[in-house]
Design a protein around this ligand. Structure first.
Ligand code: HEM
Ligand SMILES: N/C(=N/c1cccc(CO[C@@H]2CCNC2)c1)c1cccs1
Length: 362
């Protein structure tokens, strides 16, 4: 069928690249391609070896045009959990991922790969990230993270009850095939959080702000050689601006800038006082200071840009063109102080890669 031919085409392209980049022989290549061709003809799909999975997940990161953190693409820890078939076992593997990746603050970039999508099989994690805060609509405004409103409602519909604080960690929600999804709480001892305080402004901690240490994206699908892994949560560490310039700053997120500027005694009535920019700067200073003081991995946007420059150079040395999406690669704070702002990037979509997939809930 056309689907089989598509998979075979994608598989061939992936295996050829993989065998070339890892200097395997023509004979090994031919033998593997025959094996895969037979598997696809028989079952309509094929299975990757661990080595192919490991390489595919790493190259997918290397090909992620929105990612500034790609210098370390070869150091991804790849955990193969394709054998698991129950929500309970998958839940246990997710807890293992959280603990292993957190590593008491010395974060290890890690991906856990669950069973591939086939005609008869699909695994989905409903969370956007394994650890994220709930959002609640109330008569006098939103409590928590407005980005989580829909998923929080879905969790409540499944029977989960939150404490209605601004920082309730949401449960893990796992769905196998079209079975009703199962939800599980994350033990609090596995959740590393950082209270946000400022190195000079001692009133800053009274804002009661905190954020979780490890961002673990669980809503994207990993595509390797025509095969889709619809549940393949991956983590790195944060770039400070994600927390300080977006999550805690955006008006449609925690919207902290007006409160911070009031406590700094700035004049909010005139834009030209740049009160928003001054508040933004101190919030980002506080985030970086707090993570560093608590020994939780984080990178500032200047260091991240320098690392990305080295990634570009490494790619050229490897005979590859570095691809990227400028709109995503420039940091949201002081973008023009990085080299990225001043150069164009080719936004070619290469595979393997990580892609968006339809939300499993409405
Ligand atoms: C090691 C530290 C890492 C840092 C500092 C980092 C940094 C970032 C940042 C700042 C973004 C933009 C996010 C946004 O604007 O919302 C991003 C996007 C992305 N990163 Fe990385 N990253 C890291 C590791 C990884 C790893 C390990 C993977 C996968 C194996 C990865 C895959 C991606 C993908 C797929 C996107 C695009 C997400 C989207 O389009 O919504 N990154 N990264
Ligand atoms: N630092 C990170 N940042 C992100 C990486 C990918 C996606 C996101 C969140 O993306 C949301 C959707 C678009 N912006 C917010 C954040 C990482 C998460 C997992 C590995 S590295």
């Amino acid at each position: 069928s056309t689907l089989n031919i598509d998979i075979l085409t994608e598989a061939e392209e992936f295996i050829r690249t993989y065998y070339k980049e890892t200097n395997k022989t023509e004979d090994q290549l031919k033998q593997r391609l025959n094996e895969i061709q037979r598997e696809i003809q028989e079952n309509g799909h094929y299975y990757h070896t661990y080595d192919e999975l490991d390489y595919g997940a790493k190259v997918a990161w290397r090909n992620s045009n929105h990612c500034i953190g790609r210098l370390f693409w070869e150091n991804l820890q790849v955990i193969d959990q394709r054998q698991l078939t129950t929500e309970k076992a998958i839940y246990a593997a997710l807890l293992e991922h959280i603990e292993y990746a957190t590593n008491k603050g010395r974060i290890r970039p890690t991906i856990t790969i669950f069973h591939q999508q086939t005609k008869h099989h699909s695994v989905r994690i409903w969370n956007h990230q394994l650890i994220r805060y709930a959002g609640y609509e109330t008569d006098d405004g939103i409590i928590g993270d407005p980005d989580s409103l829909a998923f929080t409602k879905a969790c409540q519909d499944l029977g989960w009850k939150g404490k209605h604080t601004p920082f309730d960690v949401l449960p893990l929600v796992i769905q196998i095939d079209d079975h009703s999804p199962k939800w599980f709480d994350i033990p609090s001892e596995l959740i590393l959080e950082v209270p946000i305080r400022h190195p000079e402004l001692e009133w800053f901690e009274d804002l009661g702000l905190k954020w979780y240490g490890v961002p673990i994206i669980s809503s994207m699908r990993l595509e390797i050689g025509g095969i889709t892994y619809s549940a393949a949560p991956f983590n790195g560490w944060y770039m400070g601006t994600e927390i300080g310039a977006r999550n805690l700053a955006d008006e449609s997120r925690y919207n902290m800038l007006p409160k911070i500027s009031d406590l700094m005694g700035l004049n909010k009535r005139s834009n030209t006082s740049l009160w928003k920019d001054r508040a933004l700067l101190e919030l980002n200073t506080a985030v970086l200071h707090s993570y560093k003081e608590d020994g939780v991995s984080i990178v500032d946007h200047h260091t991240a840009a320098k690392q990305f420059k080295r990634f570009e150079e490494n790619e050229v040395d490897a005979g590859r063109t570095p691809t990227g999406n400028w709109v995503w690669l420039i940091p949201p704070l002081s973008p023009a102080t990085t080299h990225i702002f001043h150069k164009p990037y080719k936004n070619e979509i290469k595979k393997p890669n990580y892609f968006y997939q339809p939300a499993p809930f409405t």
